[in-house]
Write a protein that binds this ligand. Structure first.
Ligand code: GUN
Length: 283
């Protein structure tokens, strides 16, 4: 029996529809969720991402502002814009697209965003709230991973989840979210001595290491749920995950494809965060 393929596009579309319905209800009270996206410089991938975020706002009836700034923008100028957006009532969420040009201190910029508008969940106080378990805006990709697991019909509580990767934007927050869902969590990384032994005990595997096709079926317990956060481009142009999808398809109980798994969830969770921030802002 092959694995259940977890359709990220379909789940993402379903959540977007839910967000759209909620946004329409808010609109009846005169509230329109507003997202400001700030792009500094000309990074081609960032331009595409920012365009997708703008489109998602239009699709869901959100107000959006996209600030496209030149690569020579100073940190001072960027901080001044964030200060303005922090105090702008029509804006509920602020996202500064990363990476920033090298002359700008990324941490100083993230720290300047109001925590209640931090729809990326990157502010240290948002990270602290995530660890403590307070109700706060959750980082988008990790929140998307949890939604995919839940909406594929998997009970998380009591399961052994193994995260492969310890980045601040995926590995660590995913571990914290799974812990909140009462999983037993192991975090593995490049220095883990016996990765295969640990991963193959997992009921849930989340791979986020940025190495194409690195995880084959020898790492996977039969029936395990496999969530692949990796997006890697091979020399021939093909997009693949960190998990060798075809190799794991017969072993896993459920698995996300790349593309079409975690990828579509990130912007959807951003929209959900913006909706949540708008609701909170209006009590
Ligand atoms: N660049 C790539 N992914 C992201 C993201 O999720 N948020 C921000 N701000 N920048 C990114």
């Amino acid at each position: 029996m092959g694995a259940q393929v977890i359709n990220g596009k379909l789940i993402s579309d379903t959540i977007r529809e839910e967000v759209k319905v909620e946004a329409a209800k808010l609109q009846q009270q005169g509230i329109v969720p507003g997202l400001a996206v700030v792009l500094v410089g000309e990074d081609p991938a960032s331009k595409v991402y920012v365009g997708s975020k703008e489109k998602a706002c239009q699709q869901l009836g959100f107000y959006s502002e996209v600030h496209r700034l030149g690569a020579d923008t100073t940190e001072q100028q960027l901080l001044a814009l964030i200060d303005k957006l922090n105090n702008q009532a029509s804006i509920n969420g602020i996202l500064v697209q990363l990476p920033l040009p090298k002359h700008i201190n990324e941490k100083a910029v993230i720290d300047a965003i109001r925590v209640d508008k931090d729809v990326d969940g990157f502010h240290p106080e948002s990270v602290g709230n995530l660890v403590i378990g307070d109700d706060s805006l959750l980082p988008c990709t990790p929140a998307g991973v949890i939604e995919l697991i839940k909406r594929s019909g998997t009970e998380i509580s009591g399961k052994h989840a193994v995260i492969i990767g310890r980045s601040n934007i995926v590995g660590k927050p995913v571990a914290m979210l799974l812990l909140r869902e009462n999983a037993t969590v192991s975090i593995c990384h490049s220095r883990t001595a016996n990765l295969k032994e640990i991963a193959s005990q997992a009921d849930i595997v989340v791979a986020a290491i940025g190495k194409p096709n690195a995880i084959d079926r020898s790492y996977i317990k039969p029936g395990a749920v496999v969530i692949d956060v990796g997006i890697n481009r091979l020399p021939d142009g093909k997009l693949v995950g960190d998990v060798h999808y075809e190799d794991c398809l017969e072993t896993a109980g459920a698995i996300t494809p790349v593309p079409g798994g975690v990828g579509p969830m990130t912007i959807t969770m951003l929209m959900q965060n913006t909706l949540k921030a708008a609701k909170k802002a209006h009590g």
